[in-house]
Structures are given as structure tokens and as C-alpha cells.
Design a protein around this ligand. Structure first.
Ligand SMILES: *Cc1c(COP(=O)(O)O)cnc(C)c1O
Length: 377
């Protein structure tokens, strides 16, 4: 049975008509940049997250960059984050002119180990960027306490976590800024690149709106240098349609995660320590990725690929070991949990349309791999 890692065509079969209607309306209007669709999308996302306001931007990467710029964070400043994340998290810090300071992860949640943040705070520290990796909220209660005690800005990298969290603790409404991505493989993907910054304090939105448009305040007057970080009307229209379906998709992802949990328990693989599953009941986990730890990861991945089962490795090389960050002076061994995760983790298909039979086929194939391995030995 073929099981792709993600099946966006299945989603499009369900909602294609709705999407095409709004796309046609944008074409009919011939308004493509910063119009009513972007404004409506901003209001909808702010409300969805429980944030005071939201500002549409060109990508999740630019959401991070423009948040740092809005605080004037740059040369001489340090920003604390995790080395086990997508490149953009630290890349944006460097593009703003600041220095990323890494803190290792907690091995269970894969998120920043907040108990190690304080030892890295210096006079130069200005902000913390926690990442809600794979759709699982970082330990924000504890992190916000630390940030408040030291007067630091908190920018949530919530690119994988739209809708994550529960009650008062919702991704994008906890820190000063929440950065979202509408890259097609996120839980709410647009028809191209797009992003959003949510703010807890509405006063911060005006600066973001100006920076995304070259720092312009009144027509052609520029108190600050910004960039072209604008969200398109077309993207905003597509995102708004999809937002109406998001909760249902999220529930399907959570149900799939629970299904895996049961299947792995039955398989005996967990018991033998061959597969370690994520906690399916983690606080409001939205499962942008369902990531397990496995033995002989790369061999298993090749075996599954042969059977038509799509998987991915997020991420094979932690950021402190990337060539472009060599100047930061980190070495292999500096962040052992991140390095271990990078060599053991594997993302399995968890997209909403995944059927029970497909999930069962994935677990059966993993069982087959380890069974044949033991036989061979
Ligand atoms: C996808 C992602 C980003 C970047 O978003 P883009 O829209 O692709 O620029 C940033 N951080 C994390 C953790 C991501 O997963």
C-alpha cells in the first residue's frame, strides 16, 4: 500500500470548489497587494489564536525577521533559541544582525529545555525564540517567567503550530510575537509562500505593518528601513477558506496520532525500545509532524521508501553544526540531545486524510523491518 508523507491532492479534492471561487473573485477585483482579503485574513488569524492583532507577511521566515526588526534587535545583540529546528529560526536572527545563542532540547518534547535558558542569558541578550516543534507547544509558562524576570522579548516560532495549545496558552498569543507560516506543508498551507505575525499587545502591530512595506508610514516617507514582506491577496483568500477547515483537520491529525499510539503498543516495538512514539496527549499538540525515534533510522527509512511509504528526517543536522554557523564556535557534543534527536528521529505520515488502513500498513512495515533484522542477525 502506497502511503505518501503528505497528500495535498486529497485535501484539494474536498475543498477545490471553495478555493477556486475565492481565487476567481480576487482576479475579478484585480487587487493583488494589501487589500480587503489580507485585512480579513489578519482579523481571522488574530481571533483564531486569541491574539490582539495579526499582520500578514510574505513567509514564516520574514515573520521572524520583521519581529526582530520591530524590536530593533541587531548588531551586538544576542537571541536565545534551539539548534534543533528548521534553519529559518536561526537564519532570521543572523539576518537581523544579531547572534544566535543555542540551548539544547528536552528529549521528550524536542523543544527547548527551558531549565537551561537562564545560564545563557548575558548583558547582550534581548530575546528568546522558542519553537513549537512539530506542533507541540514549548514550555511557555516557565519560559515567560524567565523572560519577564530578565526583561526579554519573546518571539514564538509557531510556524508548525497554528492552533496548538489549550485555554490561555495558545500558540501565538503567549509571547510578544507569534510567527506563523503558510508554506504548503504546514497544517494550514497556502498556494505558495505566506506568513503572519500575531501580537499580544496591539501597539506592536503598527510597526510591523510599516516594516513589511519598506518602513513606510505616510506615502513615501520612511522613518525606518523595512522590506517588501507583504502577503498577497490571493494567498490571504486561500488561507481564509482553509482556516474554516483547520480544526477538523487538526482533530484528524490527533486521531491519527492516537491510532499510531495504539498500533505501536500492539506491535510490541515500543516495549522493545525499537520505536519511541511522541505523547499523543501532549498539551494541544497539533501534529504538523508525527515524529518517532527509531533504531537504525536511515536503513528503516530506505526500507519504507521501497514499500512506497513516505517519511522525512526533521532535521538531520542541528543548526550549531551547520557550516554557515561555524563562526559561532560551537562543536559536535555541545548539544547532545539535539545531536541524538537528529540521528534518531523519523517523521511518519499523519496528514488528515490518512486512512486507518494506511496507518496500519506503516506500522506493519516498520514491524517487518525489525523482524527481518533480528532474523538476519
Ligand atoms: C516552515 C518554518 C519556518 C519558515 O516558514 P517559511 O514560510 O517557509 O518561510 C520557520 N520556522 C519553522 C520551525 C518552520 O517549520
Amino acid at each position: 500500500m502506497k502511503v505518501p508523507l503528505l497528500d495535498l491532492k486529497a485535501q484539494y479534492r474536498e475543498i477545490g470548489n471553495e478555493i477556486e471561487a475565492v481565487v476567481r473573485a480576487v482576479f475579478a477585483s484585480q487587487r493583488f497587494i494589501l487589500g480587503p482579503e489580507v485585512e480579513a485574513c489578519e482579523r481571522a488569524i488574530a481571533e483564531y489564536c486569541g491574539a490582539a492583532d495579526a499582520v500578514g507577511v510574505s513567509s514564516g521566515t520574514d515573520a521572524l525577521l520583521v519581529s526582530l526588526m520591530n524590536e530593533g534587535i541587531g548588531r551586538g545583540d544576542e537571541v536565545i533559541t534551539t539548534p534543533y529546528t528548521f534553519f529559518a529560526t536561526a537564519g532570521s536572527i543572523v539576518r537581523a544582525g544579531a547572534r544566535p545563542i543555542f540551548v539544547d532540547i528536552d528529549p521528550v518534547s524536542f523543544n527547548m529545555d527551558v531549565t537551561r535558558i537562564e545560564e545563557r542569558i548575558t548583558e547582550a541578550t534581548r530575546a528568546i525564540i522558542p519553537v513549537h516543534l512539530f506542533g507541540c507547544l514549548a514550555d511557555m509558562e516557565h519560559l515567560m517567567e524567565i523572560a519577564e524576570r530578565h526583561g526579554l522579548i519573546v518571539i514564538e516560532d509557531a510556524a508548525q503550530a497554528l492552533g496548538a495549545g489549550r485555554g490561555e496558552l495558545r500558540a501565538g498569543a503567549i509571547g510578544d510575537y507569534g510567527c506563523f507560516s503558510f508554506f504548503p506543508s504546514k497544517n494550514l498551507g497556502g498556494a505558495g509562500d505566506g506568513g503572519m505575525v500575531t501580537v499580544r499587545d496591539a501597539g506592536r502591530a503598527q510597526g510591523l505593518r510599516s516594516l513589511r512595506n519598506h518602513g513606510m508610514e505616510e506615502s513615501y516617507l520612511h522613518p525606518r528601513v523595512g522590506g517588501n514582506f507583504r502577503l498577497d491577496e490571493l494567498q490571504a483568500a486561500v488561507i481564509r477558506v482553509k482556516l474554516r477547515h483547520l480544526d477538523q483537520w487538526t482533530r484528524a491529525r490527533q486521531r491519527n496520532a492516537q491510532r499510531y499510539e495504539g498500533l505501536f503498543a500492539e506491535s510490541g516495538l515500543q516495549e522493545r525500545g525499537l520505536v519511541v512514539t511522541p505523547r499523543a496527549d501532549e498539551v494541544g499538540h497539533v501534529f504538523n509532524q508525527y515524529v518517532v525515534r527509531v533504531e537504525r533510522r536511515d536503513e528503516l527509512r530506505a526500507f519504507l521508501a521501497e514499500k512506497g511509504i513516505g517519511t522525512a528526517v526533521y532535521y538531520p543536522l542541528p543548526l550549531h553544526m551547520q557550516e554557515c554557523f561555524a563562526y559561532l564556535g560551537y562543536r559536535r557534543g555541545d548539544f547532545p540531545q539535539s545531536e541524538k534527536a537528529a540521528s534518531e528521529t523519523l517523521a511518519l505520515p499523519v496528514y488528515p486524510e490518512l486512512s486507518d488502513d494506511q496507518a496500519a500498513a506503516v506500522v506493519a512495515a516498520i514491524g517487518e523491518f525489525y523482524l527481518s533484522e533480528t532474523r538476519r542477525r
